[in-house]
Design a binder for this molecule. Structure first.
Ligand code: VGL
Ligand code: ZN
Length: 218
Protein backbone atom coordinates (compact mmCIF):
# COMPACT_ATOMS: atom_id res chain seq x y z
CA UNK A 1 0.00 0.00 0.00
CA UNK A 2 1.08 3.55 -0.54
CA UNK A 3 2.58 5.69 2.16
CA UNK A 4 0.44 7.63 4.58
CA UNK A 5 1.67 11.00 5.83
CA UNK A 6 0.66 11.66 9.40
CA UNK A 7 -1.02 14.89 10.41
CA UNK A 8 -0.46 15.04 14.16
CA UNK A 9 -3.50 17.31 14.58
CA UNK A 10 -6.03 14.74 13.39
CA UNK A 11 -4.20 11.37 13.37
CA UNK A 12 -3.74 9.29 16.49
CA UNK A 13 -1.84 6.11 17.23
CA UNK A 14 -3.69 3.60 19.41
CA UNK A 15 -1.80 0.94 21.36
CA UNK A 16 -4.08 -1.96 22.14
CA UNK A 17 -3.22 -4.12 25.18
CA UNK A 18 0.56 -3.95 24.88
CA UNK A 19 0.92 -5.77 28.19
CA UNK A 20 3.28 -8.60 29.25
CA UNK A 21 0.26 -10.77 30.13
CA UNK A 22 -0.19 -11.16 26.31
CA UNK A 23 3.48 -11.82 25.56
CA UNK A 24 5.69 -14.93 25.79
CA UNK A 25 5.96 -15.79 29.49
CA UNK A 26 2.60 -14.12 30.23
CA UNK A 27 -0.70 -15.69 31.22
CA UNK A 28 -2.28 -15.44 27.74
CA UNK A 29 0.79 -15.36 25.55
CA UNK A 30 0.33 -14.31 21.94
CA UNK A 31 3.01 -15.93 19.74
CA UNK A 32 5.81 -13.41 19.15
CA UNK A 33 3.76 -10.83 21.07
CA UNK A 34 6.82 -8.97 22.36
CA UNK A 35 7.89 -8.24 18.77
CA UNK A 36 5.41 -5.34 18.70
CA UNK A 37 7.40 -3.22 21.15
CA UNK A 38 10.17 -2.12 18.74
CA UNK A 39 7.94 -1.02 15.83
CA UNK A 40 5.56 0.73 18.25
CA UNK A 41 8.45 2.67 19.78
CA UNK A 42 9.53 3.73 16.29
CA UNK A 43 6.01 5.02 15.59
CA UNK A 44 5.96 6.82 18.94
CA UNK A 45 9.35 8.42 18.28
CA UNK A 46 8.49 9.47 14.75
CA UNK A 47 5.31 10.51 13.03
CA UNK A 48 2.83 10.54 15.91
CA UNK A 49 2.86 13.19 18.58
CA UNK A 50 0.00 11.74 20.55
CA UNK A 51 -1.19 8.25 21.27
CA UNK A 52 -3.63 6.48 23.51
CA UNK A 53 -3.21 3.06 25.00
CA UNK A 54 -5.69 0.51 26.26
CA UNK A 55 -5.08 -1.83 29.13
CA UNK A 56 -7.03 -5.04 29.63
CA UNK A 57 -7.77 -4.79 33.37
CA UNK A 58 -9.81 -7.58 34.90
CA UNK A 59 -11.04 -8.03 38.47
CA UNK A 60 -10.86 -11.40 40.26
CA UNK A 61 -13.54 -13.85 39.08
CA UNK A 62 -13.91 -12.09 35.72
CA UNK A 63 -16.50 -13.59 33.38
CA UNK A 64 -13.88 -14.24 30.66
CA UNK A 65 -11.77 -16.46 32.92
CA UNK A 66 -12.34 -20.19 32.39
CA UNK A 67 -11.62 -20.53 36.11
CA UNK A 68 -14.90 -18.66 36.80
CA UNK A 69 -16.89 -21.40 35.00
CA UNK A 70 -16.41 -24.80 36.65
CA UNK A 71 -16.35 -27.59 34.07
CA UNK A 72 -15.05 -25.32 31.31
CA UNK A 73 -11.54 -24.93 29.96
CA UNK A 74 -9.62 -22.01 28.41
CA UNK A 75 -10.35 -21.37 24.70
CA UNK A 76 -13.84 -22.94 24.89
CA UNK A 77 -16.83 -20.81 23.82
CA UNK A 78 -19.84 -20.48 26.11
CA UNK A 79 -23.06 -18.44 26.01
CA UNK A 80 -23.44 -15.61 28.53
CA UNK A 81 -26.06 -12.86 28.93
CA UNK A 82 -24.73 -10.79 26.00
CA UNK A 83 -23.95 -13.67 23.62
CA UNK A 84 -20.94 -15.87 22.92
CA UNK A 85 -17.89 -15.57 25.09
CA UNK A 86 -14.54 -17.26 24.55
CA UNK A 87 -13.01 -18.37 27.84
CA UNK A 88 -9.40 -17.50 28.59
CA UNK A 89 -6.80 -18.36 31.17
CA UNK A 90 -6.80 -15.83 34.05
CA UNK A 91 -4.97 -12.82 32.59
CA UNK A 92 -4.61 -9.03 32.82
CA UNK A 93 -5.29 -9.13 36.54
CA UNK A 94 -5.77 -5.62 37.93
CA UNK A 95 -2.57 -4.23 39.46
CA UNK A 96 -0.46 -7.29 38.54
CA UNK A 97 2.96 -6.57 37.03
CA UNK A 98 1.96 -8.35 33.81
CA UNK A 99 -1.05 -6.05 33.39
CA UNK A 100 1.12 -2.92 33.21
CA UNK A 101 1.86 -1.33 29.85
CA UNK A 102 5.01 -3.19 28.73
CA UNK A 103 7.95 -1.47 30.48
CA UNK A 104 9.84 -1.25 27.18
CA UNK A 105 7.24 1.08 25.65
CA UNK A 106 8.28 4.75 25.53
CA UNK A 107 5.26 6.30 27.20
CA UNK A 108 6.03 10.02 26.83
CA UNK A 109 3.55 10.53 23.99
CA UNK A 110 0.78 8.38 25.46
CA UNK A 111 -1.77 11.01 26.41
CA UNK A 112 -4.49 8.70 27.72
CA UNK A 113 -4.76 5.18 29.03
CA UNK A 114 -8.16 3.52 28.85
CA UNK A 115 -8.78 0.49 31.01
CA UNK A 116 -11.36 -2.01 29.84
CA UNK A 117 -12.81 -5.29 31.00
CA UNK A 118 -13.20 -3.83 34.47
CA UNK A 119 -16.81 -4.98 34.96
CA UNK A 120 -16.83 -8.48 36.42
CA UNK A 121 -19.81 -9.62 34.32
CA UNK A 122 -18.87 -8.13 30.93
CA UNK A 123 -15.76 -8.82 28.91
CA UNK A 124 -14.33 -6.10 26.68
CA UNK A 125 -12.24 -6.63 23.57
CA UNK A 126 -12.87 -3.28 21.89
CA UNK A 127 -11.30 -0.03 23.03
CA UNK A 128 -14.71 1.62 22.50
CA UNK A 129 -17.42 -0.68 23.87
CA UNK A 130 -17.57 -3.55 26.31
CA UNK A 131 -18.68 -6.87 24.80
CA UNK A 132 -22.36 -6.19 25.53
CA UNK A 133 -21.81 -3.72 22.63
CA UNK A 134 -23.63 -1.05 24.68
CA UNK A 135 -21.39 0.03 27.57
CA UNK A 136 -18.94 2.67 26.27
CA UNK A 137 -15.40 3.03 27.55
CA UNK A 138 -15.45 6.79 26.92
CA UNK A 139 -12.64 6.67 24.33
CA UNK A 140 -14.83 7.94 21.47
CA UNK A 141 -15.66 11.14 23.36
CA UNK A 142 -12.00 11.73 24.21
CA UNK A 143 -10.89 11.29 20.59
CA UNK A 144 -13.75 13.32 19.15
CA UNK A 145 -13.26 16.25 21.48
CA UNK A 146 -9.61 16.37 20.41
CA UNK A 147 -10.56 16.47 16.72
CA UNK A 148 -9.14 13.07 15.81
CA UNK A 149 -10.29 11.73 12.44
CA UNK A 150 -7.89 8.89 11.58
CA UNK A 151 -6.80 6.08 13.85
CA UNK A 152 -3.76 3.85 13.47
CA UNK A 153 -4.17 0.81 15.70
CA UNK A 154 -1.52 -1.70 16.74
CA UNK A 155 -0.83 -4.14 19.55
CA UNK A 156 -2.35 -7.40 20.79
CA UNK A 157 -4.11 -9.40 19.73
CA UNK A 158 -4.71 -8.66 16.05
CA UNK A 159 -7.69 -11.05 15.88
CA UNK A 160 -9.37 -10.03 19.14
CA UNK A 161 -8.84 -6.66 20.81
CA UNK A 162 -7.21 -4.95 17.81
CA UNK A 163 -9.87 -6.33 15.42
CA UNK A 164 -12.84 -5.40 17.62
CA UNK A 165 -11.38 -1.93 18.21
CA UNK A 166 -10.80 -1.39 14.49
CA UNK A 167 -14.29 -2.53 13.61
CA UNK A 168 -15.87 -0.17 16.16
CA UNK A 169 -13.58 2.68 15.08
CA UNK A 170 -14.80 2.25 11.51
CA UNK A 171 -18.45 2.17 12.61
CA UNK A 172 -17.92 5.32 14.66
CA UNK A 173 -16.68 7.14 11.56
CA UNK A 174 -12.89 7.12 11.99
CA UNK A 175 -10.76 6.29 8.98
CA UNK A 176 -9.07 3.25 10.43
CA UNK A 177 -5.74 1.52 9.82
CA UNK A 178 -4.15 -1.51 11.46
CA UNK A 179 -0.36 -1.42 11.56
CA UNK A 180 0.39 -5.04 10.72
CA UNK A 181 4.00 -5.43 11.80
CA UNK A 182 3.22 -3.64 15.09
CA UNK A 183 0.49 -6.21 15.91
CA UNK A 184 0.40 -9.97 16.56
CA UNK A 185 -2.52 -12.39 16.72
CA UNK A 186 -3.64 -15.48 18.62
CA UNK A 187 -5.09 -17.51 15.71
CA UNK A 188 -7.66 -19.80 17.31
CA UNK A 189 -9.39 -22.36 15.07
CA UNK A 190 -12.64 -20.90 13.69
CA UNK A 191 -15.50 -21.97 11.43
CA UNK A 192 -14.69 -23.54 8.05
CA UNK A 193 -11.13 -24.56 8.95
CA UNK A 194 -10.12 -20.90 9.10
CA UNK A 195 -8.31 -19.22 11.94
CA UNK A 196 -9.60 -16.22 13.86
CA UNK A 197 -6.71 -14.30 12.28
CA UNK A 198 -7.91 -14.99 8.73
CA UNK A 199 -11.57 -14.43 9.60
CA UNK A 200 -10.98 -11.15 11.41
CA UNK A 201 -8.76 -9.77 8.65
CA UNK A 202 -11.38 -10.55 6.03
CA UNK A 203 -14.14 -8.99 8.09
CA UNK A 204 -12.14 -5.80 8.67
CA UNK A 205 -11.20 -5.41 5.01
CA UNK A 206 -14.89 -5.82 4.06
CA UNK A 207 -15.65 -2.99 6.45
CA UNK A 208 -13.09 -0.65 4.96
CA UNK A 209 -10.31 -0.98 7.52
CA UNK A 210 -6.88 -0.80 5.87
CA UNK A 211 -3.78 -2.77 6.83
CA UNK A 212 -0.37 -1.20 6.43
CA UNK A 213 3.22 -1.59 7.52
CA UNK A 214 4.86 0.79 10.00
CA UNK A 215 7.43 1.65 7.32
CA UNK A 216 4.59 3.16 5.27
CA UNK A 217 3.59 5.56 8.03
CA UNK A 218 5.69 8.70 7.66
C1 VGL B 1 -7.53 -10.07 24.53
C2 VGL B 1 -8.47 -12.12 24.90
C3 VGL B 1 -8.86 -11.74 26.16
C4 VGL B 1 -6.78 -9.17 23.60
C5 VGL B 1 -7.92 -9.67 25.79
O1 VGL B 1 -6.12 -8.23 24.08
O2 VGL B 1 -6.85 -9.41 22.37
N1 VGL B 1 -7.83 -11.29 24.09
N2 VGL B 1 -8.58 -10.51 26.60
ZN1 ZN C 1 -9.07 -9.97 28.63
Amino acid sequence: MTRVTIDPATDMLGLIDVQPTFMPGGELAVPDGDAVVAPINRLLAGPFQHAFATQDWHPPGHISFASSHPGHAPFEDITVAYGRQTLWPDHAMQESANAAIHPGIAQARIAAIIRKGTYRHIDSYSAFFENDRATPTGLDGWLRSRGVRRLFLCGLATDFCVAWSAEDAGSLGYETYVVDDASRGIGLPGPGNRTTLELSRERLIERGVRFLSSADVI
